[in-house]
Design a protein around this ligand. Structure first.
Ligand code: G4P
Length: 286
């Protein structure tokens, strides 16, 4: 599902998230490990400022492991709790309940000090479309618990999903819009499959990927496409790959549409290797 974000949709999304926030102790913010900044909602700090937050770098299986480690440090230095996970296989997700418990401890302790009965920590998953929210919820779900639809202000019945004994997860995630600040962010999101292909030119996205790969992951491209060398020019690299893959039009011209499709598919699926499109050291004040 891809959502077209217009101001009205953004306001509605924000309202829906704010409504859900009333019922939860901890926000689980899901980011794409390959593009942790581009996949972050630009207003997240403002929207969930009053709730403890766990950052998950999802799709860690597709990202460069050493870069993901650097991103963990980057977010930890900003005071966040961070885990790298793979929602598809569940790797790393076993640490989520304990992390939420730790984050919610002050809230639960306060309730206990007021004479209230201790209860499971309540959390919700929040992120941009396609970042893996539903996959994670399904992965964590062991069984569903009571509905809370009769609480004032809740129009739709909310269901809680039990994750072990000490964590309850809202069954519907909060969906927020990605960053649209500049074209590079758009390309990064498109390269990972987070935004609609039709919004950007296929060939442009492929060229963007190749220009990045030739500088940051030349060995991955060289090995994948069996190239003698990696040209220092993205377009020349596009040509080489097109030829190697037999994407040719009459007259020996490269069929860039066909080559772009292959490059994009292989980038998104991880066939090109584990690639991070954002690295903390090359991100200038973003
Ligand atoms: P959303 O709710 O946030 O919109 O995202 P959703 O769970 O639908 O996941 C979007 C896509 O990302 C899905 O692929 C899903 O399988 C994939 N995905 C989620 N988490 C991970 C992960 O940790 N690693 C990898 N490699 N992929 C992940 P899809 O192409 O839409 O469907 P399919 O390939 O599963 O058929």
């Amino acid at each position: 599902m891809t959502i077209q974000w217009f101001p009205g949709h953004m306001a509605k999304a924000r309202r829906e998230v704010t409504e859900k926030l009333k019922f939860i102790d901890v926000v689980i913010e899901l980011l794409d490990a390959r593009v942790p900044l581009a996949s972050r909602n630009p207003m997240i700090d403002e929207i969930v400022s009053h709730k403890p937050r766990l950052i998950l770098l999802n799709k860690a299986d597709l990202a460069d492991q050493s870069v993901t480690e650097k991103w963990k440090v980057y977010f930890e230095e900003k005071g966040a709790m961070v885990l790298a996970v793979n929602a598809q296989t569940g790797k790393g997700t076993e640490k989520i309940p304990n992390a939420c418990k730790q984050l919610a401890k002050p809230i639960i302790d306060k309730m206990i000090s007021k004479g209230m009965k201790p209860r499971a920590v309540r959390a919700m998953i929040l992120g941009i479309p396609n970042v893996g929210k539903s996959t994670l919820i399904n992965r964590l779900a062991s069984k569903r618990t009571a509905q809370v639809g009769d609480r004032p202000g809740v129009t739709k019945k909310q269901q809680w999903i039990k994750v072990g004994k000490e964590l309850e997860l809202l069954d519907t995630p909060g969906i927020l819009w990605p960053k649209f600040e500049d074209q590079i962010i758009g390309y990064r999101l498109a390269a990972t499959g987070a935004i609609k292909d039709e919004l950007l030119d296929f060939q442009d996205i492929a060229l963007f990927i190749l220009n990045y790969l030739k500088d940051h992951y030349p060995t991955s491209v060289q090995e994948r496409y069996k190239l003698d060398h990696v040209p220092d020019d993205g377009l020349a690299l596009f040509d080489e790959i097109g030829k190697k893959r037999g994407c040719l039009l009459g007259g020996g011209y490269v069929d860039y549409d066909k080559a772009a499709e292959i490059i994009l598919r292989e980038m998104r699926s991880g066939t090109l290797g584990r690639i991070s499109l954002e690295k903390p050291e090359i991100m200038v004040s973003r």
